[in-house]
Design a protein around this ligand. Structure first.
Ligand SMILES: N[C@@H](CCC(=O)N[C@@H](CS)C(=O)NCC(=O)O)C(=O)O
Length: 222
């Protein structure tokens, strides 16, 4: 039975899973949901994830949400080293994953909601939220930038799942204008991922086409 992944092709979180699955050679069946049409809030979808968020994984009778948890599950199933091979490596990956969820991506998502999602609803962005998120992102980015001055990847000088987690905000930064380009080592690491991990480049194109097409259809110029 195939592993189903529900998500919108424009989602940076779906991208974290589809990229990791491709690198790990895990076959997945994509189930498209349209977030612009609110399809993560239908009664059927809320049975899968009562938070109304995507992506969601369904593997037989096992339903799992949160992209990092899904990636860890897929890595364990595939016996992949992307989740780390030693105790130290595994816990460093978890450390950065928790940090990324609580202190990093959340501010990129907040910016997306203000700058993009609200435009689709015909509402203006709340600049105080955008500014707060930018300050938080700058604080995180300056630590990442110093870390990446000494390392090619986030953990262990090779690609792991947490590179996709922390790179997630790059999925929308050209549109949301979050301040990532001020940090040269962060940008160089992102470029390295795009050049050395074909799935990361493929999924960037998928996100760009999906969001840019939706913006054009709605007549929104950023
Ligand atoms: N922490 C979650 C983030 C999930 C999330 O923010 N998903 C967004 C798309 S990237 C979503 O489903 N938004 C729909 C909504 O807010 O209604 C994960 O890592 O999977």
């Amino acid at each position: 039975m195939s592993i189903k992944i529900y998500g919108d092709p424009g989602s940076g979180s779906l991208r974290r899973i589809t990229s990791a699955a491709a690198v790990m050679g895990v076959e997945i069946e994509r189930v498209n949901i349209d977030l612009f049409k609110g399809e993560s809030h239908t009664p059927e979808y809320l049975e899968l994830n009562p938070h109304g968020l995507s992506p969601v994984m369904v593997d037989g009778d096992f339903v799992l949400y949160e992209s990092s948890a899904i990636n860890l599950y897929l890595a364990e199933k595939a016996g992949s080293d992307l989740a780390g091979t030693t105790t130290r490596e595994r816990y460093e990956i978890l450390q950065w994953m928790f940090w990324s969820g609580e202190q990093w991506r959340v501010f990129a998502t907040l910016t997306f909601d203000e700058v993009l999602a609200k435009r689709f609803m015909g509402k203006p962005a709340d600049e105080s939220i955008v500014n707060l998120a930018a300050a938080k992102l700058r604080a995180g980015a300056s630590v990442l930038d110093a870390h990446l001055a000494k390392h090619d990847y986030i953990v262990g000088d090779r690609l792991t799942l947490v590179d996709f987690d922390i790179a997630g905000p790059f999925s929308q930064n050209e549109r949301t204008k979050i301040p990532l380009n001020e940090f040269p080592n962060l940008v160089a690491w992102q470029q390295r991922l795009l050049e050395t991990v074909p799935a990361w480049a493929d999924t960037k194109r998928e996100v760009d086409v999906r969001i840019d097409t939706a913006l054009e259809a709605a007549g929104i110029k950023l």
